[in-house]
Every structure is written in structure tokens, then in C-alpha cells.
Write a protein that binds this ligand. Structure first.
Ligand code: ZN
Length: 172
């Protein structure tokens, strides 16, 4: 397993639309292992392949506090959405920012698991919000896209400044 580097907003690679996985092979299972390792190390509760610059439709999530509820979703498709849930979201690709986002409260998702089996599953609560957030990543969308243009541009400027400062620090 390997910990991968996470892309940060406004990196244009976060805007790429991920391609479907045609076969759940060893390479895909290795990607899932690496995504879990990277997510747990960050630490975060969800991570999409797009965030580590791999543009395949794969995401991982674990909203438990002790790493006991891992989910790996390959080629996820939301079949049904119900209700409204507003919660404060953050993102490993937008470090340090938390804003309220409106999502569906309950979703039914069709996906393949790491063995390649096709699954249909209902998600609710934090896990439903997390899966919607990660599927957005696979479509090149970030939670800041739900905010006003003014707020998004403020976050973009501050993150660009932080990224410049940290790259200078690395050289010194
Ligand atoms: Zn995110």
C-alpha cells in the first residue's frame, strides 16, 4: 500500500471527469487500498480517486471514528434521492474550510464492490452526505461549487497564497 499525494483546489486536475472502471482487477484493488491508506492518514472520512489524480470512478468512505466501517464504491450511480440534509462539509482538497452544503438525506446507490459484485445499497446520515460529496469529485465537482462566487474566489485566493508559501518553505 502507498500513501498518495492529494490534489488541492484550485488545481485544474480536480475538474477532470473520471472514466468508468471496465474490470475490477488487481490494479483497481490496489488503488482502493491506497485510497484507504491515504484517507485514514489524512485523516478524512472519504476520498475519491480524482483527488489523487487517478481519473477512474472509484471512491472510499469510512465515517466511523475507529476505521471499522470501510466502504469502497466502484462506478457508483445514484438511483434515488430523498429528503434534504444541510450540514457543514470540509474536503481534503480544500484544507481548512468548512461550509454548509445542502444534499439529499437518503440515497440509493448502485455500484460494484472490490470483488466486482454489483450492489444496490441505501445510505443515510453522514455516510449519504459523504458518498454524494465523493461522487461529485468523480464528476469534477467540489463542495465550493455550491457556495457563492464571492466565497469561492476568497477561498481560491487564500489557498493559492498558502500553496505558494508552503512551496517556498520546502525550498528553504
Ligand atoms: Zn472532497
Amino acid at each position: 500500500m502507498a500513501k498518495l499525494a492529494i490534489l488541492e483546489f484550485p488545481d485544474p486536475r480536480l475538474r477532470k471527469r473520471a472514466l468508468p472502471v471496465s474490470a475490477v482487477d488487481l490494479e483497481v484493488r490496489r488503488l482502493i487500498d491506497d485510497l484507504f491508506e491515504t484517507m485514514y492518514a489524512a485523516p478524512g472520512i472519504g476520498l475519491a480517486a480524482t483527488q489523487v489524480d487517478v481519473h477512474r470512478r472509484v471512491l472510499v468512505a469510512d465515517v466511523s471514528s475507529d476505521g471499522s466501517d470501510p466502504h469502497a464504491l466502484i462506478n457508483p450511480v445514484i438511483l434515488q434521492k430523498d429528503g434534504v440534509a444541510v450540514s457543514e462539509e470540509g474536503c481534503l482538497s480544500v484544507p481548512g474550510y468548512y461550509e454548509e452544503v445542502e444534499r439529499a438525506k437518503h440515497i440509493r446507490v448502485r455500484y460494484q464492490d472490490r470483488s466486482g459484485a454489483e450492489i444496490e445499497k441505501d445510505f443515510e446520515g453522514l455516510l449519504a452526505i459523504c458518498v454524494q460529496h465523493e461522487i461529485d469529485h468523480l464528476d469534477g465537482k467540489l463542495f465550493v461549487d455550491y457556495l457563492s462566487e464571492a466565497k469561492r474566489s476568497r477561498i481560491r485566493k487564500r489557498l493559492l497564497r498558502d500553496q505558494r508559501q508552503s512551496s517556498t518553505a520546502a525550498i528553504l
